[in-house]
Structure formats: C-alpha cells, structure tokens
Design a protein around this ligand. Structure first.
Ligand code: C5P
Length: 414
C-alpha cells in the first residue's frame, strides 16, 4: 500500500539533518519509538531526552537500542556539564512527542529544572510539541493558555487527535497519527523557501460514469501528487490537494495548511480548480484525468438482458484542466506531467519538450510508463524534466518524494 508514511520514509533529501526528540510522561510515549524508527528510515539523525515522567513508561535504553544518539541522562546525573545546551548547538529542530500537560506548562513558563525543559529553553531553532493527554486536561483553561503562549512564540503545535483515549474516555487528546508526526518533524527540518505560495495540486484518477453504478477510469493512485503536496507543504506553502476518487485515505494526512478536496469526475475537478484559481500562485497537475467521458446510458443500472449481444459506448471529450488554466496563467508557475511510452531517453525528452510548449507550463516532467517501476501505482518514478528556460535533465528511478522535492526546486527556479 502506498501511504504518506511509506512516501516519507523513502525520502532522502533531509538526510543527515539532526532532530532532537523529547519524550515526556504520557501513556503515548511508546509511540515515540516508532517515530524514531520512521525518522531513521529517512536517514535523519535523532538524539533523545526522556523525562522523569516518561521513564515510568519507557526506559532510555529503548531509544539508544533503536539507534538514537546521544540519549541524554537527567540533569545533574551525567558527566557532561553542558548537555542541556547540546541539542541547541547540534540539531536543526526539536520535537516533543508526546508532550504532556506538565511539559507544556514548563515550556510556557520557561522553567529549566529538568534536562528536556532546559534543552528547549536553550534551543533557538524550530520547535514543535505534539500534545497527548486526557481531554479534560487538554481543554483546561491553564493548558489552553499555555498552548496559546507557545503558538505566539512560533512553536508548532501538532494538534492531538480525537477518539477513544487510554483512560477510556472519548474526546480530543490522543497523540496525532504517525503520518502527521512524521510530516511535522520533517517540516521542522525543511527550508521554508515556498512560504507565501498557495499551491494547487491535482492528483489521482477521475471516474466517468456510464450508468448509475459503473464508471470509466484508470489505475492512478495519486502518489506523485500526494508527494508534491507534502513536499510543498513542508517547504512552507499553503496547499490545496484536489483529488480524484479511490485514492488511499492515508495518502494525504490531515495537516494544517494542507486542504484535501475530493471530486469524482473531470468536470467536477475542473469546476473546483477554477474556483480555487484566483488564490493560487503555483499549479501542479499530476491528475490522470480521463480525456473522455462516456455518454450516460441512464441514471439506473444498465441491464445485461437489454443488450444480450453486447453494445457500444459513445464518448465525449472532457475539458483539459491544465490547458484551460494555463490559458489564465498570468504570473503563476505551472508544473505539468506527461505519461508517455517512449523507445528511449531521447524520444522521451523530445515528447517532454513538445508537451511543455503545448501545455504552456514552466516545468514538464515526463515518465516512461513502459519502464518497470515508473508510473501508476509505484513508489518510484524515472523522469525526463524540461523547463521553459531550456534546462533539460534525465532523472534515474527514485522515490516519488525525492522527485517531488526536486520538482518544487525546479519550479521555484523556472
Ligand atoms: O495531454 P496529456 O494528457 O498527456 O497531459 C498530461 C498533463 O495534463 C498532466 O499534467 C495532466 O494532469 C494534465 N491534464 C489535465 N486535464 C486533462 C488531461 C490532462 O489537467 N483532461
């Protein structure tokens, strides 16, 4: 299954970045071990501090055994006199997951009586907290005020999820899902060179009905578009992901500033894209839009008995969403895709050049769908990339998040 976690785990463009992970006393602290493993899969180096409260649930040895280095001891218990300053000097970002009500209060107050609180106080880079606690503790006016204080200081709050809590009550307070934690950790580490951009990403297939229950479609999973949406979001953009039906619900996590709208047909995608267009500064068109829609046989189910010898379906052309919006491009930057069957690299590049001009985009990325591992339903793509300034490159087979990252960079520079 292709989901956001698998896309992010295979992402290498933040490799060798260092994240300091704080683990504080919540029942959810066992989930921090999984977060550590996922960060390691993306080649991010992680150091850890486990608070005294968290040590009632998990031991620091768990994190050092999983490769975190260093795992800091409690204040005044180790040999190193400046351990409380170290993450601030060596790490690019700091995330506390889970963050207990007590830890959040200590950070809001600027207390420094324990190792993690002192390390946060001495951290000048991006900081995030992922709260996890009982709903009443989360809703308490004291916690609300502390969270507001942290937001004012530009601390990223990874909003807790709603559902059944470990104590049995229902409500908001569960640690955010892993896909959100991982994406937010990476966002803290990422450059913010797309801040101020509003990006429209079309993704997935469209479904064109030919009777009340059947449709014409294609096997697009939306993985390339989800990768672009995540990459642009991590780099500070506001993102509207406009997805066709059938894409995995775990592909686009619920993140603030990343809105997902689901549509079914090409015409619905066109209508919504046109509504969004006035606010958009960048367009990324990855959707495998059905070029034709069948003429409807009727609102009900087409009966086998009504045509025992078979039948024909007539098709009408769908709007070309990219071409339509490209005609209203103004100073927006646009990225188009092309799925081609080419005999070799040279032919693929020639087709990419032609489509760049035909669609009026700044960057065109073409993949050879006849090559194994590239195109529909895979986590990887090999691309021929051209831009309107005449730059051309062949990219070997690589993860879709890496492709997305590099395409964002191209679009910023095209
Ligand atoms: O012409 P072709 O279908 O090869 O163009 C592919 C590009 O155009 C992709 O970026 C795709 O998302 C976009 N497209 C579109 N609406 C269509 C067909 C393609 O936006 N009806």
């Amino acid at each position: 299954m292709i989901d956001a976690i698998s896309l992010l785990r295979a992402f290498t463009r933040l490799e060798r970045k260092r994240l300091h992970l704080g683990v504080s006393g919540s029942i959810a602290c066992y989930k921090a071990a999984d977060l550590l493993r996922n960060l390691h899969k993306a080649d991010i180096n992680v150091s850890v501090t486990v608070t005294a409260g968290a040590r009632h649930f998990v031991q620091p040895l768990l994190f050092s055994s999983l490769g975190a280095a260093p795992v800091y001891p409690e204040m005044f218990s180790g040999e190193e006199p400046f351990a409380h300053l170290e993450p601030g000097q060596s790490c690019h970002a700091l995330l506390v997951a889970p963050a207990s009500a007590n830890l959040i209060a200590r950070v809001a107050q600027g207390l420094a009586q324990d190792m993690l609180s002192a390390q946060i106080l001495a951290f000048a880079g991006p900081v995030g907290v992922a709260p996890a606690m009982n709903t009443l503790m989360w809703q308490n006016a004291a916690t609300r005020a502390n969270i507001a204080t942290l937001r004012e200081r530009s601390v990223t709050i990874v909003e807790p999820d709603s559902g059944t809590l470990a104590c049995g009550s229902e409500g908001q307070g569960r640690l955010a899902p892993m896909s959100c934690l991982l994406a937010q950790a990476m966002r803290l580490l990422a450059p913010k060179d797309m801040a101020g951009e509003t990006v429209l990403v079309t993704l997935g297939p469209t479904r064109e009905p030919w009777d009340g229950v059947r449709f014409w479609s294609n096997p697009s999973t939306g993985a390339m578009g989800a990768s672009l949406a995540l990459a642009a979001w991590m780099r500070g953009a506001r993102v509207h992901a406009l997805a066709g039906p059938g894409i995995d619900t775990d592909l686009v996590p619920a993140l603030p500033g990343l809105e997902l709208t689901r549509v079914k047909t090409a015409r619905e995608m066109m209508t919504r894209a046109e509504e969004l267009w006035p606010t958009v500064t960048m367009g990324m068109f990855t959707a495998a839009v059905a070029d034709f829609a069948p003429v409807l046989y009727g609102a009900g189910k087409f009966k086998k008995a009504s045509s025992p010898d078979g039948f024909s379906i007539a098709f009408t052309p769908n709007p070309d969403i990219l071409a339509t919006l490209s005609a209203k491009k103004e100073n927006r930057r646009l990225l188009g895709f092309a799925a081609e069957t080419a005999a070799d690299d040279a032919e693929l590049m020639a087709l990419a050049r032609l489509k760049l001009a035909k669609k009026g985009v700044n960057v065109l990325a073409a993949n050879n769908v006849s090559q194994a591992g590239s195109g529909f339903g895979t986590g990887t793509n090999a691309m021929a990339v051209v831009n309107s300034k005449g730059r051309e490159e062949h990219w070997p087979l690589q993860g879709k998040m890496d492709v997305a990252w590099d395409l964002c960079t191209w679009l910023l520079n095209s």
